[in-house]
Design a protein around this ligand. Sequence first.
Ligand code: GUN
Length: 290
Amino acid sequence: MGAVLLDGKGLSREIEDDLKNRVGKLNNEGIEPHLAVILVGDDPASHVYVRNKENACKRTGIKSTKIILPASTSEKEVLDLIEEMNEDDDIHGILVQSPTPKQINELEITNKINPAKDVDGFHPQNLGKLVQGDTDGLLPCTPAGIMKLLIHAKIKLEGKKVTVIGRSRIVGMPLSLMLAQKGVDATVTITHSRSKNIDKICQSSDVIIAAVGRPEFVKKEWIRNSSVVVDVGISRVLDKSTGKNKLVGDVEEAAMEVASHMTPVPGGVGPMTIAMLLTNTVVSATKNST
Ligand code: GUN
């Protein structure tokens, strides 16, 4: 039997419908939620991601401003631009697309963003709240989207063995905190590039979340019957059988044959990340305008 699909696209559209109503109500109060996105350089994947964010803003009535800067832009120029946006009361959310060119230190950028406008949820103040068990603030979008998807599908997490593959500041680390928090109560194992026997660890897990950014890193044989698989990766690879490019995740598609639930790629985690970004922007507009 094949896995039940965890349909991020479908759930994200439901969230967007709700947001559209909330944006309409804010508009009636004279508030126009506004997201500013800064993109430095010409990484093609980042341009696609930013365009997807813009389109989602349009669908929900959120104003978006995109600022594209050349790859040679200095860190100081980006910091100065953030400073201006921090001061601008019309902007409720600021996001600098990652990765940035190497002369720009992403932590400096994150630290500069006003925590109240940090719709990525990466500012130390927002991450610190998460460590303290306070999940009312602006939460990192991909982890928050994964939690929503699992909860919506009624996946039991309490006492379950959850393995997170990848320890990035964007996904793996904050997600592990969310899974282990009181009220969710999963038993979390974080694995990474130095971990040994990841296959064995996965084989004894109830839930596997792959966020390594390596195409088809997780094999079907690592998945035991009836475990839940969340695939955060998305990579473009050459399909040898057709000679064309195709999109694949961090998990072999064949894992669908054994998992009980699995996210598709595309259409799983990606749309949920965007839905959470829009949610954070609306939350920020609501909090900062009253
Ligand atoms: N690049 C890939 N994912 C993200 C994200 O969630 N936020 C930002 N700013 N950049 C990203």
